[in-house]
Write a protein that binds this ligand. Structure first.
Ligand code: ZN
Length: 298
């Protein structure tokens, strides 16, 4: 069976896996991303690849990276996400210096998650769908069977977290104000709670306490409403067969999913026809989707 290495590069961890053609993770390796900058991150990626391919014939390496990713050039463009010094990193070129004969493919992290869901997860069989990943930030991907992933003209397509939800709202790291990411990410929920109460509480706690504490309930209701507004925009813009929602915040969906659907159904002009589902893969979608880049292209 063919095997490839998938690497999920995040702001906190770099997680790698040896993946077979059935999407099974056979072996894992990971390191903290740290704040050492580009050179250190590249070395850690190389270490993980070395560890995973020891004694294994592999067909290549796929990497899911935050930021604007030039998939043809194998490099990061002006936005490197939340990894220090990551913008303008020529990932493929750098790894070629270490692994001469190994094909390396790079894709934006939310796009990689969408590839995984399309291959084996919640979007399997859908002609087209939109993926949202709600984590520290908000990632997005737009996919159709006919066209594949929507990269746009400058590899900035599907950046749904930076569509504007509140004009003149909170400043975003991208330079705009009022981006979706500032309101419906895990970090945003904590920020909303802080603004309301003057106290800090972890996102998970806020969701959990929303059943009993009015302030937490208020924050979670606002989150559900804000997310529903984004879903309505996506429905009107793209009319997708499905919207798949993943990322860390989905772990707390018990506390907000039904609220979100309720807001969506009550506020959308035609809520039927688009299936809204949670992602099937959470932590492993980055590794599996990144490996699939290799199986699709080698
Ligand atoms: Zn933004």
């Amino acid at each position: 069976m063919r095997k490839a290495i998938g690497i999920d590069l995040g702001g906190t961890n770099i997680c790698g896996g040896l993946v077979d053609e059935g999407g099974n993770i056979l072996k894992r390796a990971s390191k903290r991303t740290g704040t050492g900058g580009r050179r250190v991150v590249l070395e850690k990626i190389a270490d993980i690849i070395n560890e995973l391919m020891e004694g294994e014939p592999i067909e290549g390496v796929g990497i899911g990276s935050p930021g604007f990713i030039d998939v043809e050039g194998g490099q990061v463009l002006s936005n490197g996400g939340n990894i220090k010094g990551w913008a303008y990193t020529k990932i493929r070129e750098e790894l070629y210096l270490v692994f001469k004969h190994l094909p390396v493919f790079i894709e934006n992290d939310a796009n990689v998650a969408a590839i995984c869901e399309e291959w084996l997860g919640a979007a399997k069989g859908m002609d087209n769908f939109v993926m949202l990943t709600l984590g520290t930030g908000v990632g997005g991907a737009i996919y159709s069977k006919k066209l594949g992933l929507w990269h746009g003209s400058n590899y900035q397509g599907g950046e749904l977290g930076h569509t504007i939800l509140y004009p003149n709202g909170r400043p975003c790291i991208c330079g705009q104000r009022g981006c979706v990411e500032r309101y419906v990410s895990g970090l945003a929920v904590e920020r909303n709670y802080l603004e309301l109460t003057g106290e800090r509480l972890r996102g998970e706690e806020i969701f959990k306490n929303s059943l009993s504490q009015p302030k937490c309930k208020e924050v979670v209701h606002r989150f559900a409403m804000d997310l529903a507004i984004l879903l309505i925009t996506l429905k009107n813009m793209l009319d997708p067969a499905g919207i798949v929602i993943g990322g860390g915040v989905i772990n707390s969906r018990y506390y907000w999913w039904d609220l979100m659907i309720d807001h969506y159904e009550r506020n959308c002009n035609n809520p039927t026809g688009t299936t809204i589902v949670p992602a099937k893969f959470l932590n492993d979608s980055g590794i599996i989707g990144a490996a699939k880049l290799v199986f699709d292209r080698v």
